[in-house]
Design a protein around this ligand. Structure first.
Ligand code: DGL
Length: 266
């Protein structure tokens, strides 16, 4: 390892649960020289049904501790529900820190749709955010955007990825509202606006009444982060560094095994 590598600050990736791993996976490919710290606020999971003021306060307070403890180079908020609510407050509270956010990919969806019918599949929190409405107003007024707030999908995704049985029926109930037919046109893009959902994309594809693009912003978020993290010549990844922290302090065995699968100590 070079001396430069030892001095590099880590990248912190944050989510309410395991969804942020879909972003971490891409971020590591683009930033192989950086150590990663994955934070899951599982004590607060799911974020989707929290009252807004209380959740914002929780996230800002949590970051005060995380930044003091880990001193990262950049924080990737790999959670739509958190960033659409608390992104601005985090930047105000910690102006020295760089925050890379995750917001519903409404702009790229509006640019790509051919039918003009786009659906946004998200948590109930993300669906009701002013931030999400503003994205539609700014980038997608020419489209018909259906917002679908799912009560259960984040939880189902956690269960599925831990290896628990998840029925097709339970998933279909959560996604079927995404499919809209109007004047002979059909929805052709569904935005995966919760970082948990890409884990279930194969099931969504199989159950979809017709084929659509399932838009996962993970790679775009990782590219944005890479553009903000300085490249250091000759730096290599620090040995045995990457780890996950759970705010509950007690991730179960399947979760720890999952983290190991992603190369994280937990
Ligand atoms: N993964 C989170 C998101 O991107 C939300 C999951 C939850 O806590 O409800 O919105």
């Amino acid at each position: 390892m070079t001396a430069a590598a030892n001095e590099l600050k880590p990248v912190l990736v944050f989510d309410s649960g395991i969804g942020g791993l879909t972003v971490l996976r891409e971020a590591r490919v683009l930033m192989p020289e950086r150590g990663f710290i994955y934070i899951a606020d599982d004590a607060g999971f799911p974020y989707g049904s929290w009252e807004e003021a209380a959740l914002k306060e929780r996230i800002v307070e949590l970051f005060a501790k995380l930044l003091a403890q880990y001193d990262p180079e950049v924080c990737i908020i790999a959670c739509n529900t958190a960033f659409t609510l608390a992104g601005a407050a985090l930047r105000t509270a910690f102006p020295q820190m760089t925050f890379v956010g995750t917001v519903p990919a409404i702009k790229p969806a509006a640019e790509r749709t051919r039918s003009g019918l786009v659906s946004v599949l998200a948590t109930p929190g993300t669906v009701k955010r002013a931030y999400t409405r503003d994205l539609i107003q700014s980038f997608a007024t020419q489209c018909h955007v259906r917002l679908v707030g799912s009560q259960n999908l984040a939880r189902l995704a956690e269960a599925y990825i831990r290896g628990d049985a998840v029925t097709d029926e339970a998933v279909l109930t959560e996604i079927d509202q995404c499919f809209v037919e109007m004047d002979g046109r059909k929805t052709d893009i569904v935005v995966l606006a919760c970082t948990h959902y890409p884990f279930m994309a194969n099931i969504f594809r199989r159950l979809a009444p017709w084929p659509v693009d399932w838009l996962d912003p993970a790679e775009a978020i990782a590219r944005r982060a890479r553009s903000l993290v300085p490249q250091v010549a000759d730096a290599v990844h620090p040995d045995d560094f990457d780890f996950a922290v759970f705010t509950s302090g007690a991730p179960d065995f399947p979760t720890r095994r999952l983290m190991q699968g992603f190369g994280l100590r937990a």
